[in-house]
Design a protein around this ligand. Sequence first.
Ligand code: IMP
Length: 197
Amino acid sequence: MVKKSISAKIYPGLRPNESIRVLISDARVKTRLKQLAKEIRRDFPKESLHLIGVLKGSVFFLTDLARELGGEVSFDFLSVSSYGQGTDSTGEVKLIKDLDVSIEGKTVVVVEDILDTGLTLKYLLRFFEEKKPKHLRVVVLLDKVERRIADVHADYTGFVIPNEFVVGYGLDFDERYRNLPDVCVLQFASQGKAKSA
Ligand code: IMP
């Protein structure tokens, strides 16, 4: 399959030293989302599901998934930031915005945009487990399996992707590109591929 490149004409936000190409089209994302929703509902057919989105990357994923799930669904968001960006990341995570409502006794599905080293998810799982949900599951849209450091996994995974820096469908580079409908690989002219930190 020929991978579609996106020019500055199509996406005016593109900077001169950056190029993007579609990795997963929005149509493929939507199709996979329906399947993920079915998988989750198969496991919890009658349960009220409480989705927790990790801001901001998971916003489109969560809202699209919520509409595919059917049945009773509520949601909440939290925001975290990693201390120490880069390859020497300590894995310490700082809570920026806490949950609005208690998750005790609820069937919780954590909705993450991308699983990279897994350090953020490891922190989040510990944080949520302490709050005694009835069930705790994780759904991720994208999984860079080869980057994993922490021993964590998602219960439901949209796509396993190679170690390339991706933007679009909520994912950003420096707060840009979140509004691209497709999941795209971002590359820099001077540096070649932008690998995640
Ligand atoms: P982890 O703790 O290394 O698994 O990092 C997960 C977080 O890193 C995600 O929620 C994203 O915010 C960010 N991230 C990792 N890889 C990418 C990428 O390719 N594009 C955009 N953000 C990414």
